[in-house]
Design a protein around this ligand. Structure first.
Ligand code: TYM
Length: 344
């Protein structure tokens, strides 16, 4: 026994993140995740995948799943991911994700998974009827990240707990198999005003693909008319905007719209208040709607253009899958050896 700290990870930096193909992407996905992918691809080797293995934790129509993957890929490209810089791939094209997930299932503890709030939200009252996959989902997410030895994971605030679990799993693997520094302890990149975009209909719940009200979110595929309508209908209060950020406390809807404006315009919420202090939502909403149309409108149009040529999307995904496997396969080979598998 030694009281020295275990050796830290000394490998290269890598960025990785994933998005589930389970519905239209919205402003929350865009501001919480996609814009960060685009920025980071210029700085660090970046791996972005469509999480189709995660998607089937809840039933998906097999006849639609491939198209759903293409739609998310079109969104990645439309917001500015460059397949020459970032490696873009479908998760199921790299079977090592599922293989590593099995090993990590044997490292993670049931008590750790029992604490995951997203499972509780998704499973609802009848958790015994949820799939085992939905319960084990955060371990698959840890495998996604650790397979590439990713050091930085850009995600929205709702994924923070899964990233903490990933660090715990990495640490326990390194310790239990006497492989200090084998897996990095990845950092969640959740900073910025878009980290938690709330529903336009209720400032206390996050904007979500699964909200039954389409008016609760702005979809990447919405046209200018739909965006204008949704911003106009967004829930607000009757007060004017204050000068100071702390005076927005207790006004969830106002806070959300100011945050969205800030994220879309690349300012801080305080700068936005500086511009609009003393004005009511009658004046603020049209400005927000114009800004949202200017930023989001071209994305929807570009997605439609890209989806008209699915063969090109498939080519990009196949190329990305090859590049992803070139990193994933050696990691998995090392894991097999470390664990002592016959096939190691
Ligand atoms: P998913 O598909 O639900 O969401 C994709 C990304 O969008 C972010 N996001 C939001 N950000 C701000 N405000 C919101 N209202 C909002 N809603 C969603 C999410 O935080 C996410 O970054 N488990 C992941 C997918 C995944 C993954 C991974 C991510 C699978 N494996 C490995 C990172 C690394 C998920 O369901 O995201």
């Amino acid at each position: 026994m030694t009281d020295q700290a275990p050796a830290p990870y000394a490998g290269p930096q890598r960025v990785l993140s994933g998005v589930q193909p389970t519905g239209d992407l919205h402003l929350g996905n865009y501001l919480g995740a996609l814009v960060k992918f685009v920025r980071l691809q210029h700085e660090v080797p970046t791996f972005i995948f469509v999480a189709d293995l995660h998607a089937i934790t809840e039933w998906q129509d097999p006849a639609r799943l491939k198209d759903q993957v293409r739609e998310i890929t079109a969104a990645f490209l439309a917001v500015g991911l460059d397949p020459k810089l970032a490696t873009i791939f479908p998760q199921s094209a790299v079977p090592e994700h599922a293989e590593l997930a099995w090993v990590l299932n044997c490292v993670a503890r049931i008590g750790w998974l029992d604490r995951m709030t997203q499972f509780k939200d998704k499973a609802g009252k009848h958790k015994e009827r949820a799939s085992v996959g939905l319960y084990a989902y955060p371990v698959l997410q840890a495998a996604d990240i650790l397979l590439y030895k990713a050091t930085h994971v850009p995600v929205g605030e709702d994924q923070r707990q899964h990233l903490e679990l990933t660090r715990d799993i990495a640490q326990k693997f390194n310790h239990d198999f006497a492989a200090p520094g084998f897996f990095p302890l990845p950092d969640a990149l959740t900073q910025g005003p878009g980290a938690r975009v709330m529903s336009l209909r209720d400032g206390s719940v996050k904007m979500s693909k699964s909200d039954p009200s389409d008016n609760s979110r702005i979809n990447l595929t919405d046209d200018a008319d739909a965006i204008l309508q949704k911003v106009r209908k967004a829930r607000t209060d009757a007060e004017v905007l204050p000068e100071k950020l702390e005076d927005l406390a207790g006004r969830a809807e106002a806070q959300n719209l100011v945050g969205i404006y800030a994220a879309l315009s690349g300012q801080t919420a305080q700068q936005v208040l500086h511009e609009f202090a003393g004005q009511g939502f009658g004046a603020f909403k049209p400005k927000l709607a114009d800004l949202a149309v200017a930023v989001m409108g071209p994305i929807g149009a570009e997605m439609r253009r890209l989806l008209a040529d699915p063969a090109e999307i498939d080519r990009i995904l196949a190329d990305g899958a090859g590049r992803a496997r070139a990193i994933a396969a050696p990691t998995m080979a090392e894991v097999r050896k470390i664990v002592g598998f016959w096939a190691g």
